[in-house]
Design a protein around this ligand. Structure first.
Ligand SMILES: N[C@@H](CCC(=O)N[C@@H](CS)C(=O)NCC(=O)O)C(=O)O
Length: 122
């Protein structure tokens, strides 16, 4: 089972690499405005999780530079996700608000929808 899961994971990574989307190119000021917002976000994820790959592809396509945090192999990050987010489930977007409160957003579709709304993406 572990071997099959590993093989599937590698297939996902190869397919993702081969069909990787081309990032949009913005004017420097527009990209900087987006970077300032995405600097307040981080995404807890597993490298080979298909739901995480789906969100990572959106990040790449729209040139959203969000820090990726490995919640599978990094015990501290994994514990942090469970303790503060409430579940060991990925992907999870950590959003730090202006008032320093933190929102933990689970579900790949909800994360993509949130980013689309936040950055007015198609
Ligand atoms: N419906 C969720 C599914 C997410 C999901 O099943 N993630 C798996 C990894 S692929 C997970 O976090 N499993 C918990 C674990 O392995 O501990 C989404 O679209 O984000």
């Amino acid at each position: 089972m572990v071997v099959i899961r590993w093989i599937l994971g590698q297939i996902i990574l190869v397919l993702d690499f081969l069909t990787s989307p081309k990032p949009v190119v913005r004017e420097a000021a527009a990209q900087k405005a987006i970077d300032d917002v995405t600097a307040t976000m981080s995404m807890y994820q597993f490298k080979t999780c298909p739901f995480c790959v789906k969100v990572r592809r959106q990040l790449k396509r729209h040139a959203l530079h969000i820090e990726l945090r490995d919640a599978k192999n990094d015990a501290e990050l994994k514990a942090e996700l469970v303790r503060e987010g409430g579940r060991h489930k990925v992907p999870c977007l950590r959003i730090e608000k202006a008032d320093k409160s933190v929102e933990w957003l689970y579900e790949s579709n909800d994360i993509v929808a949130y980013l689309n709304t936040q950055f007015n993406l198609a």
